[in-house]
Design a protein around this ligand. Sequence first.
Ligand code: 5GP
Length: 210
Amino acid sequence: MPLMKRKNPEEKPDSQTKAGSEKPYKGCLFIVSAPSGAGKSTICRAAQKKFPDISYSISFTTRPPRAGEKEGVDYFFISPSDFEHRIQQGEWAEWAKVHGHYYGTSAEFLNQQLSAGRRILLDIDIVGAEQILKRFPDSVTIFIMPPSLDALRQRLQKRGTDDAETIKKRLIHAEKEIDRKDLYRYVIVNDNLDKAIDEFCDIISRYPPA
Ligand code: 5GP
């Protein structure tokens, strides 16, 4: 079974970096989505180590911090009223409500990084991915799949950060996300972490195309 498939790789040339491009930006955006517990954070961390030039977009959220999460490292933790105020001010490049909490990406950060020509990694859900794709259609989209829903359930239980009700919600949400994985240019099945990291890094190393 192929672990990764590349869809229509030649159909969407990456025009973000082309000389003479009319686009007002020249960096490269990587959007990575995965059901919670699919191993996305571990894979992203490994890729950041391998490619230190990549900037990671730290999202804002109204979700309370989990044990060990740090302000400005894992997320910027803000209140729902602050988040809603920023929606009105147009401060988000994209935002979504996931499992009852707001999550958003700073438009200012993205614009700064793109105009500096940086490669940027966005860890966002599918709703956010759709919004970013509308504004930046050349974004490189990667979906990380768990080997199965059963494996995902086991990982979430082992992780021990969520109660049974939250795990149930995450699994229902995961199934919906997996149904829509065709939105993404690349799909990686994480049934072997080292292999998944290699595949992820291989994709990153191809962009922007020379
Ligand atoms: P968690 O609470 O487990 O850290 O994240 C829950 C979900 O929110 C994940 O699917 C994650 O990708 C998504 N997420 C994190 N940051 C953002 C963001 O800035 N925007 C959107 N749309 N989703 C986000």
